[in-house]
Design a protein around this ligand. Structure first.
Ligand SMILES: *Cc1c(COP(=O)(O)O)cnc(C)c1O
Length: 471
C-alpha cells in the first residue's frame, strides 16, 4: 500500500492553481425550491420514498447519475443524424465501432439500458444452480442472476464493508474467497465472475489493475470466464491512473482498454459513464455467447441492430463514449464529487472514505446511531434532506438490500448509506455548496430525528416503490 497515494484535493494534483470544468453552458433549465410546507406535503404523498417524488417538487436532484447527464452540443447534433431504419442503421455501426475501439470487445449487442444487457448475459451463461461470485452485489445485476437460477456470492475484500477503511482499491476481489468457493463447489458450478468497476454499493470504490490481472490468471487456471459491469469503468480508470504505480502517465482510454482485455465481455448502463439519457449494450468476445444473446435480444429488446434504442440514441451514445474517456472530462467529473466530499469531511459529517467516483455516500449508521436498522436510517436521512432543502438523494441500505429469498427476512447490509449522486456536467460548484450546507443542517439536528416504518412493500426491487410513515 505504500506505493499508493490519495491526493486530498484536485488542487494538490495540479499544483496551486484552481481547476474548472472543461465546458461552458450553452442552454439552461430553470429550477426552483418549493416551500417547506409544500415539501412536507410532497414527502408525505411520496411515502417518504424519494423515488416517488415528482421531479418538479425537487430542487437539486442527486437521486442518481443514471440518464441524468448533460449531453454535449456534438451529441445533440448527432441526434439529428439518426438513421431510423429498422435494420442495419448506420448509427449502430458507429456504436459498434466506438465500443470495439474504446472497450476492445469483439461482438456487440445493443440494449435499451443496462438491465436489458444483464438479462441477456444472465440467461445466456448461467445454468440453474450455479454460483455467481462478484465484488459486492448490485440490485438489478443480482436479481437477473437469481432469475436465471444463479446464486450470487460476495467475494469483495473485507475492507469494502468498512466505511472508514482508507484502502485505495476497496472494490478489489478477494482472490482467496474465490479460490475457497472453487474448492468448495467446483469450477463447473461457477457460471462466471461478475466483476464491477467502481463498486456502486461499496461507495463507488475502484478495482486495481493488479487485481483484475491476478483474477484473470486464477480464472484461466480453472476455465472460468470473467464478465465486467462496465457501467462506471471510466471512473475506475481515473483511480488507477491516480493511485496505481505505472499508470500516472497513461491516458484513461489506454487504461480502460487494458482493464477490459482481462475480461471476456461486459454489460453497460450507458446512462452512466457514456453520457446519454438512455441506452445500454452487451459486448462479448466468445461467439457462442454472442449467438445466444443476439438471438434473445430480438425477443426482449428489439432487432440486434437497435436493441430498443432509436437510431439517434445510438449516435449520441457512440459520440458519448468518445467524450467519456477524455482525461479532462473524467478529472473534472470526479473532482466535483470530491469537492462536495471535502466540504462534508471538513465539517465532520460521516461519509464513506475514500470518496468514490460518482457520489458521496453518507454513513447513516454513524449519522443516526440511535435509529435501529429496521427503522431505516438511510431512508430517514434521504427524507430529512429533502424536507430541509428539496435536495433528492437515494437510500442504499436495508431497503435496497431487500429480503433473503430463502428466509424472507430483511437482509441487513453492513453498509447503511444514503447516496448523493452527481449527474455529469449538470450542476455547478454553487449547487454543491447548497447541498453540503443542507446535509450539515440535518446533521446538526440529528438527535431530534426519528426513524420510519414501512407500510407498503413490493415484491421485486422494493426500494423503488416501498412506502413509509414517520415514527
Ligand atoms: C445502473 C446500473 C445498472 C443497471 O443499468 P440500467 O441502465 O439502470 O438498467 C447495472 N449496474 C450498475 C453498477 C449500475 O449502476
Amino acid at each position: 500500500m505504500t506505493d499508493h497515494h490519495i491526493p486530498q484535493t484536485m488542487g494538490q494534483q495540479f499544483g496551486r492553481r484552481s481547476w474548472a470544468e472543461p465546458w461552458k453552458i450553452k442552454m439552461v433549465e430553470p429550477i426552483h425550491m418549493i416551500s417547506r410546507e409544500q415539501r412536507e406535503q410532497a414527502a408525505a404523498d411520496a411515502g417518504y420514498n424519494t423515488f416517488l417524488l415528482r421531479s418538479a417538487d425537487v430542487y437539486i436532484d442527486l437521486l442518481t447519475d443514471s440518464g441524468t447527464s448533460a449531453m454535449s452540443d456534438r451529441q445533440w447534433a448527432g441526434m439529428m443524424l439518426g438513421d431510423e431504419a429498422y435494420a442495419g442503421s448506420v448509427n449502430f455501426y458507429h456504436l459498434e465501432e466506438a465500443i470495439q475501439t474504446y472497450y476492445g470487445y469483439r461482438y456487440i449487442v445493443p440494449t435499451h439500458q443496462g438491465r436489458g444487457a444483464e438479462h441477456l448475459i444472465s440467461q445466456a451463461v448461467i445454468k440453474k444452480g450455479q454460483f455467481v461470485p462478484g465484488n459486492m452485489y448490485f440490485t438489478t445485476t443480482r436479481l437477473h442472476q437469481e432469475l436465471a437460477g444463479g446464486t450470487f456470492v460476495d467475494v469483495i475484500i473485507d475492507e469494502a464493508h468498512d466505511p472508514t477503511s482508507l484502502h485505495p482499491f476497496k472494490g478489489n476481489v478477494d482472490l482467496d474467497k474465490v479460490q475457497a468457493l472453487i474448492d468448495r463447489e467446483g469450477a463447473d458450478n461457477i457460471a462466471y465472475i461478475s466483476l464491477a468497476g467502481t463498486v456502486n454499493m461499496a461507495g463507488g470504490q475502484p478495482v486495481s489493475m493488479a487485481n483484475v490481472r491476478a483474477l484473470r490468471e486464477l480464472c484461466d487456471r480453472h476455465g472460468i470466464r470473467v464478465y465486467l459491469d462496465a457501467t462506471r469503468m471510466v471512473e475506475n480508470c481515473f483511480f488507477i491512473q491516480e493511485r496505481e504505480e505505472g499508470y500516472a502517465d497513461k491516458p484513461i482510454a489506454a487504461i480502460l482498454k487494458e482493464f477490459c482485455s482481462y475480461t471476456d465481455g461486459a454489460w453497460m448502463s450507458a446512462k452512466k459513464d457514456n453520457l446519454v439519457n438512455i441506452g445500454g449494450w452487451l459486448a462479448v468476445n466468445h461467439e457462442d455467447v454472442f449467438d445466444l444473446a443476439r438471438n434473445m435480444v430480438v425477443v426482449y429488446e428489439g432487432l440486434h441492430t437497435y436493441g430498443g434504442m432509436a437510431g439517434r440514441d445510438m449516435e449520441a451514445l457512440a459520440l458519448g463514449i468518445v467524450e467519456s474517456v477524455q482525461d479532462e472530462h473524467v478529472q473534472a467529473r470526479v473532482g466535483q464529487v470530491r469537492y462536495l466530499g471535502e466540504l462534508l469531511t471538513d465539517w465532520g459529517v460521516p461519509i464513506v472514505q475514500p470518496v468514490g467516483g460518482h457520489a458521496i455516500f453518507l454513513d447513516a449508521k454513524r449519522f443516526y446511531p440511535h435509529i435501529p436498522q429496521n427503522q431505516f436510517p438511510s431512508q430517514t436521512l434521504a427524507a430529512e434532506l429533502y424536507l430541509d432543502s428539496g435536495v433528492r438523494s437515494m437510500e442504499r441500505g436495508v431497503v435496497s438490500a431487500g429480503r433473503d429469498p430463502k428466509t424472507g427476512d430483511h437482509r441487513y447490509p453492513a453498509l447503511e448509506l444514503t447516496r448523493l449522486t452527481i449527474p455529469r456536467r449538470v450542476y455547478t460548484q454553487a449547487h454543491m455548496d447548497v447541498v453540503a450546507e443542507s446535509v450539515k443542517a440535518i446533521y446538526d439536528n440529528r438527535e431530534q430525528t426519528h426513524g420510519l416504518k414501512m407500510v407498503y412493500e413490493p415484491q421485486y426491487l422494493r426500494f423503488f416503490q416501498a412506502r413509509f410513515e414517520r415514527i
